[in-house]
Design a binder for this molecule. Structure first.
Ligand SMILES: *Cc1c(COP(=O)(O)O)cnc(C)c1O
Length: 390
């Protein structure tokens, strides 16, 4: 029987735990989205949210999942038959590619092994070979949530610049925004795609496009069909503090409070908290004698850790055991990693004792299973945390 006493430990890499402060902010009467109170909120939010993306241009906020914001980035900037250069970092990169193909784009998809990030060198070679500049956009995922691998976005920018290639640069930060450092302006990103339910600590339901001057220019020539996702209609309405359709008003109340929390802590402190808890997680995985799916230490994710089980052991069986006995959902293996890995989310509203509880649940689950492992992973994580306490 499932243990249902106390709060459920939700440790999937998004949706993440929503802070009580954000829940209370959302729990307000919905207001007139064409009235003065909404207008004041929108003016304030649209300015403040830029700080998270480190951008100076507009941020479009959609009432949508992250997938909607993916589609928006493509249909606003590209035309049928345009080529997009994408990289197979994992399942999310694949899903984004599928959208591009359905939209009528040609995708040059650089294959990957799902254990390493984007190789900027390969991108540079592809761009160098593109003599007639048919590649109109380079689109990559910063934090591949299906694998726990982070890619070096600044290096991809350098690769584009090194070839002096005019392609737009699109980056998915859905599971890295508010967890891993990201710099829209400094890294010359043209469209940054975000979502509410991961590092931003909100429930699902908001999608984001942070856009550059160059992206706005491209949108006036882009001919893919678009209506709901059309940036121009949103930018025009936003100028007056409104939206062309009904926004997710209560989620915007929540966003305002989530931004308060992020800025009170300070973004750099938010990133170092994530890095510390992520490292402690990896200490546990190592002590258990299990393998991190991510191969390169400079690409380990702050948001999640994907744990590879020995051949012949079913990760979903372990997840089921942990859910039933300890009421803790962990992330499932996606796509070709199904059954091979489980994913521990350590992002958003998260602290040392939540991590200790999470790792304890995993270690007890391992003990109940027939998976070979060494006990002491939790202790290794605690030791690391104590050592790294100032
Ligand atoms: C969660 C996620 C998505 C998809 O977002 P949805 O809200 O589920 O549509 C896309 N990319 C990345 C990297 C994600 O983590």
């Amino acid at each position: 029987m499932t243990n249902k006493h106390g709060r459920q430990f939700l440790q999937i890499p998004g949706p993440s735990n929503v802070p009580d402060r954000v829940l209370r902010a959302i729990d307000q009467p919905t207001i007139d989205h064409r009235g003065p109170d909404f207008q004041a909120l929108a003016f304030k939010l649209l300015e403040r949210v830029k700080k998270v993306f480190k951008c100076s241009g507009p941020v479009i906020i959609y009432p949508s999942s992250g997938s909607g914001a993916w589609e928006a980035a493509l249909v606003n900037t590209l035309s049928p038959g345009d080529t997009v250069l994408m990289v197979e970092t994992g399942e999310f990169a694949l899903l984004w590619r599928n959208i591009a193909v359905k939209m009528g784009l040609k995708v040059d998809f650089i294959p990957g092994d799902w254990r390493q990030g984007v190789d900027a060198q390969v991108i540079q070679e592809k761009l160098a070979a593109d003599k007639n500049q048919s590649i109109k956009a380079v689109a990559v995922v910063q934090n591949e949530t299906s694998t726990g691998v982070v890619s070096d976005i600044a290096a991809v920018r350098q690769a584009i610049d090194a070839e002096n290639h005019p392609a737009l640069f699109l980056v998915d930060v859905i599971s890295s925004l508010g967890s891993n450092d990201f710099r829209h302006d400094e890294w010359g990103v043209d469209v940054t795609i975000g979502g509410s339910q991961k590092g931003l600590m909100l429930p699902p339901g908001l999608g984001f496009n942070a856009i550059s001057e160059k992206a706005i220019k491209a949108s006036s020539d882009a001919t893919l069909s678009r209506s709901y996702w059309d940036w121009n209609a949103v930018i025009e309405s936003n100028r007056n503090g409104f939206y062309p359709y009904t926004p997710a008003t209560n989620l915007l109340f929540g966003l305002d409070e989530a931004l308060n929390m992020l800025f009170e802590e300070g973004l750099e402190n938010v990133f170092s908290r994530h890095a510390r808890l992520a490292e402690a997680t990896r200490c546990a995985v190592g002590a258990w004698g299990l393998e991190n799916l991510a191969l390169n230490s400079n690409e380990f994710s702050n948001s999640l850790t994907a744990v590879l089980l020995p051949e012949g052991h079913d990760a979903d069986g372990l997840r089921q055991l942990i859910l039933e006995n300890f009421d803790m959902p962990l992330g499932t293996g996606l796509g070709k990693m199904k059954g091979k890995i489980f994913r521990i989310g350590h992002l958003g509203w998260f602290n040392e004792l939540m991590l200790a509880g999470t790792l304890s649940g995993v270690e007890m689950g391992l003990a109940l299973s027939d998976i070979p492992f060494n006990s002491g992973g939790v202790q290794a994580a605690l030791n690391y945390l104590v050592e790294k306490t100032e």
